[in-house]
Each structure stands twice: as C-alpha cells, then as structure tokens.
Ligand binder design. Sequence first.
Ligand code: ATP
Length: 515
Amino acid sequence: MANQEEVFKKIVSHSKEYGFIYQSSEIYDGLSAVYDYGPYGVELKNNIKTYWWKSMVQMHENIVGIDTAIFMHPKTWKASGHVDAFNDPLIDNKDSKKRYRADVLIEDAVAKIEAKLEKEVEKAKARFGETFDEKLYRETNPRVVEYAQKASSILERMNTSMTSNDMEGLKNLIVELEIACPDSGSRNWTEVRQFNLMFNTQLGNIAGEEGKLYLRPETAQGIFVNFLNVQKTTRQKIPFGIAQIGKAFRNEIVARQFIFRMREFEQMEMQFFVKPGEEMKWYEYWKNERMRWHKAIGTPEAKLRFHNHENLAHYANAAVDIQFDFPFGFKELEGIHSRTNFDLTSHQELSGKKLQYFDSEDNENYVPYVVETSVGCDRMFLSVLSNSYVEETVPDAEGGDATRIVLKIHPTLAPIKCAVLPLVKNKPELVEKARQLFDLLKPNFLCQYDDKDAIGRRYRRQDAIGTPFCVTVDFETLEDQCVTIRDRDTLKQERISIAELSNYIQAKVNWNNVM
Ligand code: ATP
C-alpha cells in the first residue's frame, strides 16, 4: 500500500464518501475539530459502545453503569483540579498568527530526530543484509547513539519543565532546537502561556463568576460525585466499578488528525473503587483486561502497545496508555490511571459531605482508591477504521483482476450485518422472495436490501461499508429454498438453506465471539 499519509487521506475521504463521518456544519465550511457521524458511522459507533458496555457492565457483576449530566456544579471542577491545572502550554507564532502546543512542537522535533535514526538503521540493514545485528548496531553506531541520546535528553528536559510548570524552560527548548512554525517557517515566537482547556458558558439567571458553568472535560467526575448514591442503591461491596459513556469537551489547541483530537468527543470511562493499598494489583488487572479487549476484535498485537507515563497528572500515582499504531504513528487510544483517593478526598473537602465506604469485613471507614480505564469512543472508531481499511486485488466476474476497497471490520461490530440481493430486479417473483427474506432477517440483524446495478457492483458497495455477508436470491431459490451467501473477507460463496440462514449469521456476529 502507498505510504501511511496517503492511506490516512484515503480513510478520511472514504469515511465521508460512504456515510461514516462528515465535517460538522460543512455547508458553512465546517467547524474545526468537530465532526458528525453519518448513517454507517453511527451504527459502528453504537456497536463499539455496546461492545464496551457489555464487556464492562454485563460481564462484571461488580460493575454498574450510570449516565450523568454534562453540566455539573462549578465546584466540581475546582475540586478535581481542572480549574487550576487543566492546562496546555501554548505558544503563538507572531508572523503566521498560528497557535501551537509547545510540547507538541517539541515532540514533533524529537520525532524528526527519531526518523533520522531509523533511516540510519534501515540503510545499515540494507547494506549488511542477513548478517545485520540490529540491536548491536543501535547500541554502538556513534551516529545512532548520538541521535538517541539527543532525543531522550530533549524529552527529559521537556517533561521536567511540564511537571514543574516551567514555561520559560519550554520556550528555551523551542529556541535552542530552532523550531520553526510549520505554517510560515518563521521563528518569531511569543512566550509560552498556560491555556485552560475547559469550555465555559453561563447559567441563565445568574450573572458573572457565580453563574459560570463548564462543559465537562471528562465523564469521570459525574461518577465520583455519585459514588455513594450508587454504592448505597446497588449495595455493591468494594472492589466495585461504575461505568459511563458520554460526551466530553476540550478546547484543544492542536486540532488535527481527523477524529483523533476533537473539541467535542465521547469517552467510555470506568472508575474502579478499591481498598487503599490494593490499587496496584487492580491497576495491573485492568491493564491486562483492557489490552485483551482491544485484541479480541482482531486488532493485531503489533499495532498495540503499552506506554508508561513519565509525566504523571496531578491525581495519579501510576499511569499507562494503550497506544495504537494509527496511520500517523503510535498514539494514545486509552488511558489506565491509578488515581489514588485524590478525587473523592477533594470532593469530600470542598462539599463538606463524607464520601467514605464502610468496610464491614474490616470494620473500618475509608475513602477508596480508584483505578480508572478511559478510552475515547472516537479514537476507538478511528482505530477500527484504520485497522480494517484494505485495498486489494480480487478476481472479477470475467476471471480477470479487479481492485476493491473493503472494510474488514469484525462482523460483530460491522454496521450492516447482511445485504439481501435479488439476482435481477425485473423478475417480480425474485424481488418478492428477496423482500420476504429481508423481512425475515431484519428483526434480528441490521440488513440492507439492494436491487440496483449488476451484482458485482452491489458486492463492492457492501465491501466498502464492511458488510460481512451478502445473500443472493436467484431462480433456484424459488425451487430449493436455498440462497448463496458470500463472505466479505474470503469471497467464498456457499449455498445455504433459508431455514438455516439466521443461525448462520448469528453465529458469526454473536457478542460471545468477542467477550
Ligand atoms: P492526549 O494526551 O492525546 O491529549 P489525554 O491524555 O489528555 O489525551 P485523557 O485525559 O487520558 O486523554 O482522556 C482519556 C481518553 O479520552 C484518551 O485516551 C482519548 O482516547 C480520549 N480523548 C482525550 N482527548 C480527546 C480528544 N480531544 N478527542 C478525542 N478523544 C480524546
């Protein structure tokens, strides 16, 4: 396949052309970093959410779900630390007037150094052939070692500046590295400033600071403030979890890479409440469990990896990302954080209400510790899409070669499960039979009926939206009550009786296959 940048462009245009994702308010030239999901997009997104909900809530007796409001009392965000510390370091280029995240500019510069390093390794690999000892080369070649040291020392300085709120340190790095504005090429920068990522709005009848409301930047706080409500009404005992799927809003400075970084997005978060001292055990458990979840839908191991945080958020004592190999490189897909008792303690202090759990086994009260798993629904969507997008050569009807674009989405997540296609549309008896079949399947599976164009074109249309099965009704069907079922990935066609069809499809799209 072409280079990854090309592939990414194709995925973005495929998403639009086939009704997965549209730019928001497109007729007004769009709103930056805000997107709408089209008819197939919403089905895939709903299936992703169902997959998460089932595997978290339905499969765990000790996890329950809630759905809390986007608006919360403004003190929530004071307690959580978002008012004071939910900032990105921001820098403006005075010539292009473009605004950037200082840490992203530095990370991009490091990525360039790493790319040079990899190029050296590739060159050596080609030169030495089979005898090449890559590990030794990476450890001893002076140029490679120099690049590696340079990259890690820049990252170390950046992390130190970030954790100590040293904006001048970040600016110095940008100047030293001679980083130029990607837009104008100019090095005429402002100072680095902190920029709060929360959107705010005003409560109807209260003027000024008093009435200031925020759009939640994460769903987690709705869980924390309801911790005791849920525990008491469901009689859960620690350890137990509360799960939620919902919208979150962040005024991101760097808004690019399609639905990877949006200003309005959806999170699937679960807070797991544990006894103090047991958090690391559960942190390990959820790390493994969440990685298993990503792999269960067929995402190859090589495209997923753990990445430990060096720069811990104010609330965490351990944190790891699950990164996915997006077309623009390995990036965070999910975060797993050991959040200590930071949030509950803080809410307890600011609200004056106790948020403690009475442990009847140990006969003691305590504020539980929390392990969080947080995955972006939209990033998950992008990972499924980029992992399943394939251009390939297949045999055409005349025995020649044809190329097709196919989305090899796991059948359980696929937007449409089955297409029902009468072989031709001008034979009323075929159309009637196909319609009957469609009516038979539709209560159980989202199906599509299609009788336009030649059968080959109809197959291509279904391939492009990832439909795992196409069922053709032909003249023989009228005699033998059998249809031809075509498999999206193998292209194998089988004759199968209508009586068995539902069970056949059900077996392939069953949730059981991914749990
Ligand atoms: P990043 O470092 O990429 O900004 P983050 O570490 O701030 O992400 P978290 O606060 O851990 O992200 O949020 C949990 C999850 O929510 C992320 O793993 C990601 O999948 C998703 N997410 C966060 N910000 C966005 C966004 N702007 N657009 C889409 N998804 C997002």
